[in-house]
Design a protein around this ligand. Structure first.
Ligand code: ZN
Length: 365
């Protein structure tokens, strides 16, 4: 399939704009419940979704940054897994510096979506131990706190958005660096626009498909006709050396998408000249191994089925107790557990099949 880039412009006289579903009506007041921002203004508030056992409100904190000019509405969320905060840190920098008098369109920004998970520094919702980004099939106003939060996300944050960035990152024991777009099935036009967003985001690896269990807000958005991506960027084990660079990349990448949508001026800056597109399909877990896991390969290496991925050592005696083998041929992708102690069955990383390697400049302006 040949893809030609279209700047998602806002000029109502241009043929692109007339055929472009992302163009919204003349922008006026933007409101989500009692959070409301006039054109050129910013507002912050909480969307209550549930209550704890002690009747403390469970909510999603939301910012609306409403531009003074017409344009699309972009929803950017971070930390739906509460410990995965790097994307939200880049988003927060944009929120501090964005000139709303120049902004075309609106930014709905929720840098910390899952507050209870954030408070305890964990991936899963503190109140129920559920995965908020995987409760979408059961999103329910009468369900668990996670299901109620997912329901609010779908009905009140996703609904007014034209496009979605669902930012994830590594946490305390993982480091990640890629962008997922839902490229497997669905409306070809939405898939094409999602791919353009992933290209504009500008990381050197893009995943076109992922395991079914990874589906979440980005796939629901796509199913509702809204282009969407799920970037995974940064993480704790790499933060000491590269934290500023992680935040700067998240900031630049979000801005790249806003430039693609013609919400702000600027040039799209990608991390590399070429991008590798993968189907991410062969997951590796610890199986019956546990102990100290030391990788025997680098990210980016190509492993043949049966090649040694990692050694496992006894934490007390130091002896080699097992090794973990590649379950199939594939490239070790920029994802996975970095910190050595592992439990049986713990997820480690994923191998990908390289689909294509293309120059960003072939798909971006
Ligand atoms: Zn996550």
């Amino acid at each position: 399939m040949e893809l030609t880039f279209e700047r998602w412009g806002t000029d109502p006289g241009s043929p692109i704009a007339l055929s472009n579903l992302l163009i919204t009506e003349r922008r006026t007041l933007m409101r989500i419940r009692d959070i409301e921002a006039k054109p050129g203004e910013r507002a912050f508030g909480y969307l209550e979704a549930s209550k704890t056992k002690s009747q403390v409100p469970v909510h999603i904190p939301v910012n609306i940054l409403n531009g003074a000019h017409d344009g699309p509405t972009l929803l950017v969320s971070g930390a739906v897994h509460g410990a995965e905060i790097v994307g939200g840190l880049g988003l927060a920098k944009i929120m501090r510096e964005l000139d709303l008098q120049k902004l075309r369109g609106a930014l709905i920004a929720a840098p910390i979506m899952n507050t209870s998970a954030f408070e305890i520094g964990e991936r899963l919702t503190g109140f129920d131990g559920e995965n908020m980004d995987r409760t979408l099939d059961t999103a329910d106003p009468d369900g668990s706190p996670s299901a109620q939060l997912a329901h609010v996300y779908l009905t009140e944050l996703l609904e007014p958005a034209d496009a979605v960035i669902n930012m994830h990152s590594g946490a305390t024991d993982t480091a990640v660096w890629y962008t997922i777009y839902p490229g497997e099935y669905g409306d070809p036009d939405v898939i094409k626009k999602s791919r353009q967003m992933a290209m504009a985001f500008g990381l050197r690896q893009i995943f076109r498909s992922t395991p079914k269990s990874w589906e979440g807000f980005h796939t629901v958005a796509k199913d509702q006709g809204k282009p969407a991506i799920m970037p995974e960027i940064g993480g704790g084990p790499d933060f000491l050396n590269n934290g500023h660079a992680q935040i700067a990349q998240a900031e630049q990448s979000i801005k790249n998408v806003m430039i693609l949508f013609d919400m702000i001026d600027g040039e799209i800056v990608t991390e590399t000249e070429t991008v590798e597109v993968f189907d991410a399909i062969h997951e590796i877990d610890a199986g019956t191994n546990s102990g100290i896991l030391i990788w025997q390969c680098e990210r980016g290496d190509f492993l043949k089925k049966g090649d040694v991925f990692a050694h496992v050592y006894h934490p007390y005696t130091g002896e080699l107790t097992g090794q973990i083998l590649a379950p199939a041929d594939g490239t070790v992708l920029n994802t996975g557990k970095v910190w050595p102690p592992v439990s049986q069955g713990e997820w480690l990383t994923i191998l990908g099949d390289l689909v294509e390697e293309v120059r960003f400049s072939d798909e971006l302006p």
